[in-house]
Design a protein. Sequence first.
Length: 79
Amino acid sequence: MAKNKRENLIVKYDSASDSLLLIAKKGKEESFEEIAPGVSVEFDKKGNVLGFEILKASSHLKRSLPGLAKKAKEFALAR
């Protein structure tokens, strides 16, 4: 089982381009794969995941926020 390293996640938002970058590992991007419209996974030369880029992030998040808020509330109540 992989060790949870969530504390190392770097989140960057560029309001000019409305893009959200989630950096899981530092390194040079060699390639990327679009896994959904406007959502890409970035890889280093060994194929390791470096992070994710979400274009038009505000529209993606607007659709996700109600579900995220519900999950956060459920999680808080369960603790």
